[in-house]
Design a protein around this ligand. Structure first.
Ligand code: ATP
Length: 346
């Protein structure tokens, strides 16, 4: 037995089912992102792991030992909230040393640990500064250092980077991941940002309406989403209605050669924008009209009307197809790039 186990955990607030029968294992040293839209229950799940909320039913275990009855302050977990919750009247060093002070550690030990932690989060020499003298990114690092002060068994973060601007946020994603790898600390991060989840995690857990929709490595989840919700939430997805046709799958704008579908009713398929290819000439398997072109510098997005479907295709500037808004184009959708969902999963 190793790591954290959640076994059939549920949480109800009156009539609201915030978390519904979640079972999840987090092995030691793993970085897990709980990802989902607002209200899906990810914060409630993290708070139950931290001991700040009591499950309505189910069991939490750490290394095989039941956690449910152990109060938050005795779980030895480090936590960083969105608000950071730093003490504004204490210096940087006093903030970081706080968990050590309340555990009665000596002044010398506190000072040495503060120095090490500030080095670790790339903020050397700021122990005596006031919190108000720090930038948002620096405060973030102080909150992380404070949460790591007592070498927690589990590191829990709730939307830790959401207050930062886009550029700093991306830089901190890399830093947080490097720090986690350096320390080998088991980490669970709540986020609603799919890019953040993709770029940091060993394992992503996508939640919707209190339930786990899929749990997988980022690339596996991106390539093989379990259902339309996951396909759409993690990156961009073209969700297209298709049915069995001659030599492949028939879609509104043409055919996907070689994609075998069960005969009968329509099926929903998902295909990523970068997998859609432009074909020279007018006789490609899918015909579409260019509705909108969105040039983002590093990539170009084409919004295409293929029969009744609006399909998004992405190209690099180097491989940019020569077409304009209003023109007809030919496309090819490779069968192997399509993920086929059952009827109920649409
Ligand atoms: P967000 O990203 O907006 O924080 P979330 O995915 O973290 O959302 P939760 O905060 O866990 O979602 O909330 C899940 C559901 O439980 C929501 O419907 C919410 O309104 C409800 N809820 C959460 N905490 C309480 C509470 N203390 N009392 C009543 N309902 C609550």
């Amino acid at each position: 037995m190793s790591g954290l186990d959640l076994i059939d955990i549920s949480k109800r607030f009156g009539q609201v089912s915030a978390v519904d029968s979640v079972t999840l294992s987090v092995p030691h040293g793993t970085f897990v992102c709980l990802l989902g839209p607002s209200g899906c229950g990810k914060t409630t799940l993290l708070r139950m792991i931290a001991g700040l909320e009591e499950p309505s039913s189910g069991e939490l275990r750490m290394d095989g030992d039941r956690l449910n009855d152990i109060p938050a302050h005795r779980r030895d977990f480090g936590m960083v909230f969105q608000s950071l919750a730093l003490f504004p009247h204490l210096s940087v060093g006093e903030n970081i040393a706080y968990p050590l002070r309340i555990r009665g550690r000596s002044a010398a030990e506190q000072a040495a640990r503060v120095k090490d932690l500030l080095d670790l989060v790339h903020l050397p020499g700021v122990a005596d500064r006031a919190i108000s003298q720090l930038s948002g990114g620096q405060r973030q690092r102080v909150a992380i250092a404070r949460a790591l002060a007592v070498s927690p068994r589990l590191f829990l973060l709730d939307e830790p980077l959401s207050a930062l601007d886009a550029k700093l946020r991306e830089a901190m994603q890399v830093e947080l991941r490097q720090l986690q790898q350096q320390l080998g600390i088991t980490t669970i991060v709540v986020t609603h940002d799919q890019r953040e989840a993709m770029s940091m995690s060993d394992l992503i857990v996508v939640m919707s309406k209190g339930r786990i929709q899929q749990m997988a490595k980022p690339v596996d989840m991106y390539r093989r989403p379990a259902n339309a919700f996951v396909a759409d939430f993690l990156g961009q997805a073209n969700l297209i209605r298709a049915r069995a046709g001659v030599g492949g799958a028939a879609i509104s704008g043409g055919v996907i050669p070689g994609l075998a579908l069960p005969s009968g009713g329509g099926t929903l398929i998902s295909v990523r924008p970068e997998d859609i290819a432009f074909v020279a000439g007018a006789d490609g398997p899918v015909r579409a009209r260019v509705g909108f072109i969105r040039d983002m510098g590093a990539s170009v997005e084409f919004h295409l009307d293929a029969g009744e479907d609006r399909i998004v295709a992405v190209a690099t500037p180097q491989a940019r197809p020569d077409c304009r808004v209003g023109e007809e184009v030919s496309l090819s959708i490779p069968a192997e790039a399509c993920v086929v969902f059952g009827e109920g999963e649409g």
